[in-house]
Ligand binder design. Structure first.
Ligand code: BTX
Length: 244
């Protein structure tokens, strides 16, 4: 329970010392009709990123997935991804880490933009109303970066400022997320304030091809607007690279 984990959280907490994937478990709960449950684990043995990529999840991180049934149109679901990125960024800044958001879902630190956290949102339902949304948030908190894959260009809160109280970090993250999910119109302005992508030259690999230009804005519920010099392209999904 929330109390057993020592959290006064706005979500019911299901805690696991070790689990394959908190997203997998949260999907199971959401499919069963449960909502406002946060599945939390010290370690994941089969953590997943986008496009079925592996997400390294050693003990000491904050691996958590929220099962939600918000009753919004499916097109609004990306706002939950942005809200999660803002929530992690605020929790990290509270812990003393200068974290910034790289569109759409990476939380990065430093000029070399090492990845501190990632968000994986999964949705099921009808166009005008989702059945459920699962928001998975993986934060490298008290993790030795040596325990993360070399090619991941990862960092952790521990690497930046030393080990922190994971309960306080998680509490802050959940409170920030809770406030934003109740006020989705506040998500994009909050995201803009914490972003590192805006104003940068970017190359975005989208399902429809590569787009290169200046990232000029993010529009609700989370699309990136890129000015190619010839036109403004609105991108709803893709992998974004910051060009120097
Ligand atoms: P992504 O597809 O944007 O990023 C995946 C890539 O990130 C990997 O290919 C690898 O290069 C790199 N990577 C892997 N592990 C780490 C790590 N710990 N830190 C930094 N970089 C890493 C991002 O996907 C979405 C990740 C969501 C993870 C959460 S954890 C709780 C929940 N459960 C679950 O299975 N997934 C989510």
């Amino acid at each position: 329970s929330a109390v057993a984990y020592g959290l006064e959280a706005p979500f019911e907490i299901e805690y696991h010392d070790s689990i394959d994937s908190t997203n997998r478990r949260a999907r199971e709960l959401a499919t069963d009709g449960r909502s406002d449950v946060a599945v939390l684990a010290d370690e994941q043995t089969g953590g997943r990123g986008r496009l079925d990529r592996a997400w390294a999840s050693p003990s000491g991180g904050v691996w958590l997935s929220l099962a939600l049934r918000p009753g919004v149109p499916i097109a609004h679901a990306p706002a939950f991804t942005l809200a999660a990125a803002v929530a992690v960024t605020r929790a990290a800044r509270e812990a003393g880490v200068d974290a910034r958001i790289k569109w759409p879902n990476d939380v990065v630190v430093g000029d070399d933009e090492r990845k501190l956290a990632g968000v994986l949102t999964e949705v099921e339902g009808e166009a005008d109303r989702v059945d459920w949304v699962v928001v998975g948030i993986g934060s490298n908190v008290n993790v030795d970066p040596a325990a993360l894959p070399d090619e991941a260009d990862a960092t952790s809160v521990q690497d930046a400022v030393g080990p922190v109280d994971r309960r306080a970090f998680t509490q802050r993250l959940l409170e920030e997320f809770d406030a934003l999910r109740r006020d989705l119109d506040a998500v994009v302005p909050a995201w803009r304030a914490d972003a590192t992508t805006l104003g940068k030259r970017v190359r975005v690999e989208t399902p429809g091809g590569t787009v290169e230009g200046e990232a000029v804005d993010v529009s609700f519920p989370g699309a990136l607007v890129v000015d190619t010099g010839e036109e403004r392209v609105t991108i709803t999904a893709g992998d974004c690279e910051h060009l120097r």
